[in-house]
Design a protein around this ligand. Sequence first.
Ligand code: ADP
Ligand code: MG
Length: 238
Amino acid sequence: MAGISLRDIQKTYGSLTVVHKLNLEIRDKEFIVLVGPSGCGKSTTLRMIAGLEEITAGQLYIGDALVNDLESKDRDIAMVFQNYALYPHMTVYKNMAFGLELRKAPRAEIDAKVREAARILDIEHLLNRKPKALSGGQRQRVALGRAMVRNPAVFLLDEPLSNLDAKLRATMRVEISKLHKSLGTTFIYVTHDQVEAMTMADRIVVMKDGFIQQVDTPQNLYDNPCNMFVAGFIGSPQ
Ligand code: ADP
Ligand code: MG
């Protein structure tokens, strides 16, 4: 059970508040998309959920547990970044296995998890390659695989497709949606691309200047935007 509850979450750098009193209930297994223009606080929100950024005020619950002060390694969460951040000197296999090796998981278990993730992501034939010998889409799959082997209750993805060309982005949108269905875990996905938001989300959170504007299903946002900003953002061409 990995519903996530953000209660009056705030982030302040010095005298600048970049996330204001954010309230959001994310359901177990939901695919939630945070969307909004550059600088509106999407990554900061995701990084607070990941435990990579201190929460200035408010409470963050994962399931029933208050996790404000837990280190990122103690949260049942895996994060996938825009720039993949693969280890360049390691093979694909090693990139995926490394996190489990650090936790001293048994060799046979690591091997089974890496091969299962590689099968689902269709990268079995790439396991012996180094990242530099992969295409952008293949690297993104490896980054997803590296998160998958940890079996997290929650996946956080920060603009994972923004470095890919339009055709590959369209393919990966479908792949990530399928992955979400097959894993049955909670996904929190950040993007500034309204097409990604509209096609992938169970619910979309529209943000502007550190405030939530509206939280709703793609259809309801499209049909009943609560203000001009939401209407303009959701309705604008890609
Ligand atoms: P988004 O991901 O929506 O583009 P961010 O969450 O990265 O936005 O940033 C939100 C705001 O917080 C921006 O104005 C950004 O400049 C500011 N910000 C982010 N990180 C820091 C930091 N370490 N120190 C000061 N300001 C920051
Ligand atoms: Mg960002």
